[in-house]
Design a protein around this ligand. Structure first.
Ligand code: ZN
Length: 195
């Protein structure tokens, strides 16, 4: 023994939870979510994050329980969606890049990127929305028109669960995270520090 007096890093420090910037309320869009986070260790040794989100303007309130595995470390998450389950949660920090390789589609953080909490369905819908906007601004003679159309078709198939696809979340700084209920479908490749 003899190590008992050493201070263990707290669970919060262990997972280096990122600073969360102001997230607008998804319900009223006027309020700002007040977010409190607590990390707990379950009796079986698994760490979980309990997230409580409350709007300061309306009655919106949500609890989320997130299993923590390699949470929030810098690296690349790769999620395979092959059963139409679009409920895996995505936490994208302002430095995270989301990619859907099958559709050759990437969402890079904008200049004023915010913390984005969504799920696979939310990401697909955002991509479809972008693609529709691109189509309305493109001319049919445009060389890119067919490519945009085929991207849209792939994205719609992903949303309907008729074709398997991957979601990649790259974050070289850290703070992004994918929480999936199916651990077999999620891989994480940490960024290795250069010597
Ligand atoms: Zn609200």
């Amino acid at each position: 023994m003899g190590k008992d007096w050493e201070t263990k890093p707290s669970l919060e420090e262990k997972y280096s939870l990122p600073e969360i910037q102001d997230i607008p309320c998804p319900s009223c869009t006027k309020g700002i979510l007040q977010i409190s986070r607590n990390v707990h260790t379950l009796p079986d040794g698994e760490d979980i994050l309990i997230l409580l989100m409350e709007c300061n303007a309306c009655s919106f309130r949500r609890n989320d329980i997130i299993p923590l595995r390699s949470a929030f470390a810098p690296g690349t998450y790769s999620l395979t969606i092959n059963d139409g389950d679009l409920t895996s949660k995505i936490f994208r920090s302002p430095t995270g890049v989301i990619e859907l390789p099958e559709a050759d589609f990437e969402i890079e953080p904008g200049a004023s990127a915010e913390y984005w909490i969504t799920n696979v369905e939310g990401i697909l819908k955002r991509m479809i929305q972008f693609t529709n906007v691109m189509l309305t601004h493109a001319s049919k003679d445009d060389a890119n028109y067919q490519k945009i159309e085929s991207t849209l078709e792939i994205l719609l198939n992903c949303l309907q669960g008729t074709s398997p696809f991957h979601l990649i979340l790259r974050d070289t700084i850290g703070g992004s995270y994918i929480a999936s209920t199916k651990t077999d479908n999620l891989q994480f490749e940490p960024i290795k520090n250069k010597e």
